[in-house]
Structures are given as structure tokens and as C-alpha cells.
Design a protein. Structure first.
Length: 83
């Protein structure tokens, strides 16, 4: 089976505050690649301390990172028409 998994980490409890996205690529039931990108969330510089405790990503980590629309331009071609 071939598929791609997508995982988001968020800066706050809001699902639309991504601060990281990760992709794992599986071909013939084996992981063949994984990629991740830090994202400057809309809530920057606010991060919920609970979220930081879970994933360890801080405002300083994403200070110079692109926002989601820019990241999406990179990710979309990787996942388009994939399962």
C-alpha cells in the first residue's frame, strides 16, 4: 500500500494555529521518506504553554519561518493526487 501521512503540531488549542507540519511517505507498506516544516502561526508570538510542553516548539523556533500559505506551495505538489 502507498500513502502519505500528515501530522500537525499547533501553537494553541485552535486547530488553525499550525506551527509544524510533517509528512511521512509510505510505499509498498514501508516508510521511504519523511519531511517536516516549521510554520509561523497566525497566533505568533503567542503559544499556549501546554502546547509547548507537548511538542517543544517555541515562538523563537518559528520567528523566521514562513506562514502556512507559503509552506502550502511546497507541500501541495508532494501530496496532490496521493492517498
Amino acid at each position: 500500500m502507498d500513502f502519505i501521512t500528515i501530522d500537525f503540531e499547533t501553537a494553541t488549542s485552535e486547530r488553525y494555529s499550525p506551527c509544524e507540519i510533517g509528512l511521512t511517505f509510505v510505499k509498498d507498506n514501508k516508510i521511504v521518506d519523511s519531511k517536516s516544516w516549521l510554520i509561523k502561526p497566525y497566533s505568533y508570538p503567542y503559544f499556549d504553554p501546554f502546547n509547548i510542553m507537548i511538542h517543544g516548539i517555541t515562538p523563537e523556533d518559528v520567528e523566521n519561518e514562513p506562514e502556512f500559505p507559503e509552506i502550502w506551495n511546497t507541500i501541495k505538489p508532494l501530496i496532490e493526487n496521493q492517498f
